[in-house]
Design a protein around this ligand. Structure first.
Ligand code: FE2
Length: 290
């Protein structure tokens, strides 16, 4: 397969910083992946040993050994508010989980199969990637009522290469609307927002910090800069690593399941202090060999 993405689509992606490719997964494939999410929660989440890690993005990020070690595992991160002061869940397990990550593309067969589809290899090739490496794959649950906002960010902040090369592949497994917390983009923001900081492992303790890259910070968004990107289950949202995007709180009674993974260019330096590392120090999965 060579032409999953047309030259016009590539031009749109490069101009806007994101691209929607409709109708990638069928309704049945989305249902199967949602089923796998519930299966992982049922079979891999042990509440008795779980450290009760709540995950939020931004400078106040909860980071501990469980998070730092999750790059090549299946780990579960709860929403703030899902765990009460007594340490017990305030909702059912599946309605309290923010996300499951960060190696579904290796450790879950249904997600491995979805990630290795020829269309996605053609997509990577079509946007000019030479040796895409897959990392940070996650199921994002955004549960009803509790699903928190994701503050404006750029994915290369978290998956820095020199120069930045991260690309996000975001696949809704359910229809996403402004009601249940769809993505919002600041179109064309990648042109004037270089990666000015990056999230690294804190050298002084178990945790993460943000350090400056030396690049100038881009302008702050105004309300009018944001565009909601409502998509159907099975579409692809392709995200440029410097594109400023966010999602809002899920105020609805609906879930908003999505699968996302990232790619970086294999030939570029990936700093050893980036938060995400394979625990044995090995390289990230070459997409073209999956
Ligand atoms: Fe993101």
């Amino acid at each position: 397969m060579t032409d999953f993405i047309t030259p016009e689509e590539r031009a749109t992606f490069e101009r806007e910083g994101y691209l929607i490719k409709p109708n990638f997964l069928s309704a049945q494939e989305c249902a199967d992946l949602r089923k796998e999410i519930l299966n992982l929660i049922e079979t891999k989440l042990d509440l008795a040993t779980h450290p009760g890690t709540a995950f939020t993005t931004g400078d106040g990020q909860t980071s501990d050994a469980y998070f730092l070690n999750s790059g090549d595992k299946i780990a579960f991160f709860f929403e703030k508010g899902a765990i009460g002061p007594d340490g017990k869940l305030t909702v059912s397990k599946e309605n309290g989980i923010n996300k499951i990550g960060h190696a579904l593309h290796i450790l879950s067969e249904p997600f491995r199969k979805a990630t290795s589809r020829p269309e996605l290899k053609a997509l990577a090739r079509g946007i000019g990637m030479k040796d895409p490496r897959v990392l940070q794959s996650m199921a994002i649950l955004k549960p009803p009522r509790l699903g928190g906002e994701v503050v404006p960010h750029q994915d290369s902040t978290f998956l820095f290469t020199d120069p930045p090369s991260a690309i996000g592949v975001w696949i809704p497994l359910e229809d996403c609307t402004t009601e249940n917390g769809c993505l919002w983009f600041w179109p064309r923001s990648h042109h004037d927002h270089p990666i000015s900081k990056r999230m690294v492992r804190d050298p002084s303790k178990v945790g993460t910090i943000f350090i400056e890259t030396g690049e100038k910070e881009g302008p702050a968004p105004r309300d009018s800069d944001w565009v909601p990107v409502e998509v159907k289950a099975g579409d692809i949202v392709l995200i440029h690593g410097s594109s400023v995007h966010k999602s809002e709180h899920n105020h609805s009674d609906k879930t908003r399941y999505a699968y996302t993974f990232h790619m970086i260019e294999g030939g570029l330096p990936y700093p050893k202090n980036n938060w995400l590392q394979n625990s044995d120090g090995s390289e990230f999965t070459p997409l073209f060999e999956m």
